[in-house]
Design a protein around this ligand. Structure first.
Ligand code: HAM
Length: 420
């Protein structure tokens, strides 16, 4: 072991588990690729002000959890704690919204950073696959995204997840609700921090997990009862479209989420096998975010699914993904001359699209065959000088143990046939 360890709240992805992680990432993105979303990549850090304005000055993410740094040039940057603000910033910068073809639909996948208290399922470095549909107000778009997330989870075989759904209203109805909620909350017995939150961001108090606070919230006014007609009708359409697509949801009038940009549709996917860090994904509509970061009015909606927690959800349900073996063929040379010849065969097989590995390091036959078995390969190709002099290699089926000589010139063809 070296003297160094992975930083607190982080972990390394190591084979073979890393293969599951990669497959999950691909499975979460697959439905998006089939639905017209284009791949997007943005830098791992941004101007700190983007998140302060976008995610919200009073959120935990901005006040406590950002990794900020000042560059040698004096710029104030932050490692990205989430993807939405960055993707919208990049879309505006590239004028994607001016192409006349709205919504602009984008997906992304990568690392995010939050200085949180680490525990199982909550890390300081984690992975998301996300999607944003920018520049359209259409309940079918909200429904589309939710359905794509559900299809992604289902494609992995997950069953024990639930969709929580709410509407947070818009700039017409939210202010009056906010005032009514504030009035209610001011009458409660709350600690100083929470009283401060009542003044800055009262909706977040609804999300307080503490029993003592939750008890007092019985009878709190709910946004559901204060939605304007337009928001009510919009939400009803989203619900109808989900039902028509066979997507079950639970109305959760207290779902507020930890980022300030949300309007109207908000949702979270929770998994029942994960304990306290149960949110495997979440998202919603953010009709005002573009203006908040200096852009034009661009109503938008999106989500991000947590890759780390989706892997944990698979474990909780005892699901093992069927992954192709990393190596199909393992080459074992017997002797120095055979090494050179067989190394050439390995290159040829790889170029023919067959996943092939080689017994490196001059191990003896026994050690090399052990390597072949450990690699998970289906076949070994073995050759000594006598085989090569006869123009063949020995093809060994590692499941049945059966071994047959195959002419050198047709090894690739033979293997392709046998591997199907
Ligand atoms: P979020 O709810 O903050 O939303 O994060 C989405 C998902 O990322 C969570 O449901 C969780 O699975 C995962 N996640 C978040 N923090 C951690 C952590 N510390 N450790 C492990 N996993 C974590 C957003 O990030 C929004 N940008 C989603 C969105 C996109 N809204 C609209 N568009």
């Amino acid at each position: 072991m070296s003297t160094f360890k992975a930083p607190r709240g982080t972990y390394d992805l190591i084979p073979p588990v890393s293969a599951t992680f990669l497959a999950v990432r691909e499975a979460l993105a697959a439905p998006l690729k089939r639905a017209g979303y284009g791949y997007m990549e943005t830098p791992g850090f941004e101007n700190v002000e983007l998140f302060a304005r976008g995610v919200g000055e009073s959120t935990d993410i901005v006040t406590k959890e950002m990794y900020t740094l000042t560059t040698k040039g004096g710029d104030q940057l932050a490692l990205r704690p989430e993807g939405t603000a960055s993707v919208l910033r990049a879309a505006l910068e590239a004028n994607l919204h001016k192409g006349g073809n709205l919504p602009v639909k984008l997906w992304y996948s990568g690392s995010y950073y939050r200085y949180e208290r680490p525990q199982k399922g909550r890390y300081r470095h984690f992975s998301q696959v996300g999607a944003e549909a920018i520049g359209a107000e259409d309940p079918a778009l909200d429904a589309e995204l939710i359905i794509l997330a559900v299809d992604a989870y289902r494609s992995l075989g997950l069953r024990n997840f639930r969709l929580l759904l709410n509407s947070l209203g818009d700039k017409e109805c939210r202010p009056a609700y906010r005032a009514a909620l504030q009035e209610f909350l001011r009458g409660l017995d709350l600690d100083e921090d929470t009283r401060r939150r009542v003044e800055i961001n009262p909706l977040r108090v609804l999300d307080d997990k503490r029993e003592a606070v939750q008890q007092q919230l019985t009878g709190a006014p709910l946004l559901r009862d204060h939605l304007c007609e337009a928001c009510k009708a919009y939400h009803e359409q989203v619900r109808e479209l989900l039902t028509a697509a066979g997507v079950a949801y639970q109305d959760d009038p207290k779902l507020v989420r930890g980022l300030d940009y949300y309007t109207r549709t908000t949702f979270e996917f929770v998994h029942d096998g994960l304990g306290s860090q149960s949110a495997v994904g979440g998202g919603g509509r953010y009709d005002g975010l573009s203006e908040m970061i200096g852009g034009p009015e661009l109503p938008s909606v999106g989500w991000a699914l947590g890759v780390d927690r989706t892997v944990l959800a698979l474990e909780a349900e005892g699901i093992e993904l069927e992954l192709p073996a990393p190596t199909s063929v393992y080459a074992v040379p017997l002797g120095e001359e055979a090494r050179r010849a067989l190394f050439g065969v390995v290159t040829e097989l790889r170029r023919a699209g067959i996943a092939t590995d080689f017994a490196f390091g001059g191990r003896g036959l026994k050690g090399a065959m052990k390597g072949a078995n450990r690699s998970g390969a289906r076949f070994a190709v073995i050759a000594g000088e006598r085989d090569l002099a006869e123009g063949v290699i020995q093809l060994k089926d590692l499941e049945s143990g059966e071994q047959t000589p195959v002419p050198l010139a047709s090894v690739a063809e033979e293997l392709r046939d046998r591997l199907g």
